[in-house]
Design a protein around this ligand. Structure first.
Ligand code: HEC
Length: 191
């Protein structure tokens, strides 16, 4: 069982691949906790709050296609996220986030699930043109992005991708962690 502060700290560890979350009694974690408490106790019920989440995009009947995803990526994503998924920096700071490689979200982040990424992408990407991809394109490009290597899952079990897959990824939506694609084991992390 996790405390609420620990759950919030996990978002820094996994989604941001930062490794160093603010302390559980820091002003940042306190502010996020207070905001969550407000959401749970004071936000109006039965009303869609503006900006809240995004609806699920179900997997298309034909599944997803990595080659189709590569085409979508090249045509509509690489201009910002880079041909190698490396993102773009101004000075030391990223202005376009990397989607794979050493500085991207890691294998423990929710975004590594193809279903989660497909839904996020369908509603928000390409930036400023959310909703323009078909469900099929969103799934294809999400799978293409998430077949690439990224930093290891910080919960790695005994150094083993297989054990980590069984414990954390086997029942975690649609994802490629610990699976073999074109003869290559996915989820080895960045060394
Ligand atoms: C005009 C530039 C632009 C284009 C084109 C674009 N993106 Fe993005 N993308 C961004 C920016 C900026 C962010 C960060 C948004 C934020 O933090 O609110 C982002 C965020 C993301 C994220 C979340 C990354 C993370 O670390 O959580 C994913 C996944 C993503 N984009 C995928 C795509 C895909 C797939 C396409 C092509 C269909 C695409 N983007 C096209 C600018 C772009």
């Amino acid at each position: 069982m996790n405390t609420f502060a620990e759950r919030l700290q996990g978002c820094f560890q996994f989604s941001m691949n930062g490794g160093k979350p603010p302390a559980s009694d820091s002003p940042e974690i306190t502010a996020l906790s207070v905001y969550s408490y407000w959401l749970a106790s004071k936000a109006p019920l039965g009303v869609e709050l503006p900006g809240r989440g995004y609806p699920d995009v179900p997997q298309p009947a034909k599944g997803y296609d990595l080659a189709g995803g590569a085409e979508v990526y090249k045509g509509q994503c690489a201009v910002c996220h880079g041909t190698e998924g490396e993102g773009q920096k101004v000075g030391d700071s990223y202005v376009m986030p990397p989607l794979w490689g050493k500085d991207s979200y890691n294998w423990g982040a929710g975004m590594h699930r193809i279903n989660t990424a497909a839904s996020f992408i369908k509603h928000n990407m390409p930036l400023g043109k959310g909703g323009s991809l078909t469900d099929q394109q969103a799934w294809d490009v999400a799978a293409y992005v998430n077949r690439h290597e990224r930093p290891q899952d910080p919960r790695l079990v005994e150094g083993s991708v297989e054990k980590t897959r069984v414990k954390f990824h086997a029942n975690d939506g649609v994802n490629l962690y610990g699976q073999t694609v074109d003869g290559v084991l996915i989820g080895q992390g960045i060394r």
